[in-house]
Design a protein. Structure first.
Length: 454
């Protein structure tokens, strides 16, 4: 028995060794491979020397990795996606793909990148998608959740994408085409791709990049564990006044455990940071949002019969300027809504300026009207929420109201705590805090919705 399994084993390794040998003969035009000096000359660490440095996941650091480069694109239609896929396959298991400064790399084909394991992508140049709407609407990866599509799916384990470069969604043509449509309209068929999506992934780190002009959501993490974004800039800016970017959210998630965003700036016309169903262990620090729909928990509870939750979020030192909302919790009501809970959320040191609704708890989200919400109230419980040291100004759009916490009569809302709230309204003083259906004391004076001067 031992003998035969040994034989099988050696045959298998022979076969794979020869497969690798043949495979490695192929190098696309303009590509190159650089070997790290340290590992090829001194494979072992001599006695008394320091151990080689490892990254956060225990893998080799940049200088110890085999590097793969590919040719750059000559123009915006010169698709290098085959070369990029080649490089990622070669660099998988310990290598690095380098996209150089000053070069543009155009992706014109959908890419399944779910096979990754311990790979770095150093993006100092620009990785840009074609805006061939017809192609992408026929070729993409589709997710039922809010009918999302994407150009590519990143998945696997230990993937780091970093550098000073740009990931460009080339969104203008998509926004122009979408103009006047509504993403949540059941009849909408004009789907737009998400710029960066992970699925079934563990340990994803993105740092230093500029994520630019996504056609739809900028990032979406699905079935993923441990995502870290640090020092990232996200924006979506239209050059056409009659078609503004829409639904270009900074951060969205679904079934994610461990979502960290630090030292990041977001300048988009929709949610800045908005984890969606089943996101747990969220950490946000030093986030700047301009012109956004705020830092929200949710929306959740959108789909009938489905249980959703968001728990354990720490949101600290956030600046929110010129937006619709500041710190927000949002859940769906209506005859076709789901249920669930939002639990253990802290917003601390939040600076809000010129914002319509600085602090909001909304359980009658989106276009479901108040009559319907009253008849079919949200079944999402909201518990253990802190708003600590929230200061600045509202836009005055809601009159003197600077915080509105309207809980669902169909759910439990308790241990909601506000402290050190100093938000003024240009519409007059004193500023008003509205609350309803909350169990217990919220820590500040609040008035029922009927007394609000808005
Ligand atoms: C998730 O990835 C793991 C390997 O990382 C794989 O074994 C598993 O089949 C994948 N699951 C799904 C649902 O794709
Ligand atoms: C701007 O967007 C509108 C609405 O989609 C579109 O009709 C128009 O052609 C666009 N303008 C330019 C210059 O692309
Ligand atoms: C808060 O975040 C801003 C960026 O928005 C940063 O400049 C500032 O240093 C941070 N403050 C603290 C105390 O970390
Ligand atoms: C913030 O957004 C407003 C529009 O909402 C824009 O006019 C302004 O230039 C933005 N500021 C920065 C610093 O990006
Ligand atoms: C959230 O998790 C629950 C299981 O706890 C699952 O039934 C539900 O489908 C998930 N929600 C979504 C939107 O995936
Ligand atoms: C609440 O969330 C924080 C993270 O913000 C976490 O450290 C803490 O353990 C959570 N509390 C409970 C009771 O789960
Ligand atoms: C919501 O709270 C009620 C009352 O405390 C409880 O019976 C129900 O199970 C909770 N729902 C969820 C989804 O946790
Ligand atoms: C509220 O929405 C329901 C369902 O769409 C509709 O039947 C009803 O007329 C609406 N009521 C008001 C006051 O708009
Ligand atoms: C509230 O903010 C205003 C304007 O920033 C400031 O003048 C005032 O001292 C603050 N009040 C408290 C109690 O911190």
């Amino acid at each position: 028995m031992k003998f035969s399994s040994f034989l099988l084993c050696s045959v298998a390794s022979l076969a794979s060794a020869s497969a690798i040998a043949i495979d490695s003969d192929y190098i696309p035009v303009g590509a190159s491979i650089t070997y790290p000096r340290s590992t090829s000359v001194f494979p072992r660490v001599p006695w008394g020397h320091k151990k080689p440095k490892k990254d956060n996941w225990g893998n080799a650091v940049e200088k110890d990795r085999k590097k793969f480069t590919i040719r750059a694109s000559k123009n915006d239609r010169d698709d290098i996606s085959d070369d990029f896929l080649w490089a990622l396959k070669k660099a998988n298991h310990g290598g690095l793909v380098e996209l150089k400064k000053g070069k543009k790399y155009v992706i014109g084909k959908k890419l399944d990148l779910t096979f990754l394991k311990n790979v770095y992508v150093k993006l100092d140049g620009e990785l840009k998608f074609t805006n061939d709407i017809e192609y992408w609407q026929a070729n993409n990866f589709y997710y039922d959740f809010q009918k999302s599509i994407t150009f590519w799916v990143w998945g696997g384990k230990d993937v780091k994408i970093y550098g000073k470069g740009v990931l460009n969604g080339n969104g203008q043509a998509w926004w122009d085409g979408f103009s006047g449509a509504e993403i949540l309209d059941p009849n909408n068929k004009y789907y737009r791709p998400i710029l960066f999506l992970t699925d079934n992934a563990t340990n994803i780190e993105v740092s230093g990049l500029h994520l630019k002009d996504s056609p739809c959501w900028t990032t979406f993490f699905v079935r993923t564990k441990n995502v870290v974004f640090d020092d990232v800039y996200i924006d979506a800016v239209s050059t056409n006044v009659s078609s503004l970017p829409k639904n270009t959210d900074g951060f969205d998630s679904l079934n994610v455990d461990g979502l960290t965003v630090t030292n990041t700036r977001v300048n988009v016309g929709d949610d800045c940071f908005s984890p969606k169903p089943n996101t747990t262990n969220i950490f946000v620090k030093n986030l700047w949002c301009n012109g956004t729909h705020g830092v929200s928990m949710g929306s959740i509870g959108q789909y009938p019969g489905v249980k959703d939750y968001i728990s354990n979020a720490w949101i600290e030192n956030v600046t929110l300027l010129n937006g619709q909302n500041g710190a927000r919790l949002k859940a769906w009501a209506g005859p076709d809504a789901g249920y669930g809970y939002i639990d253990n959320i802290t917003y601390k040191d939040i600076h809000i300026e010129n914002t319509d609704n600085p602090v909001v708890l909304d359980q009658c989200y989106f276009n479901v009207n108040e009559t319907t919400c009253a008849a079919y109230p949200s079944k999402v419980n909201i518990t253990n929420v802190n708003f600590l040291n929230i200061y600045g100004t509202s836009s005055g759009l809601e009159g003197k109201v600077v915080a509105d916490l309207t809980c669902s009569p169909g759910a439990t809302c308790n241990n909601i705590h506000l402290e050190n709230i100093n938000i003024t309204s240009p519409a007059g003083s004193p500023p008003q805090i509205v609350c309803s259906n909350i169990q217990g004391d919220i820590g500040v004076d609040c008035i029922p919705p009927s007394e609000a001067e808005d």
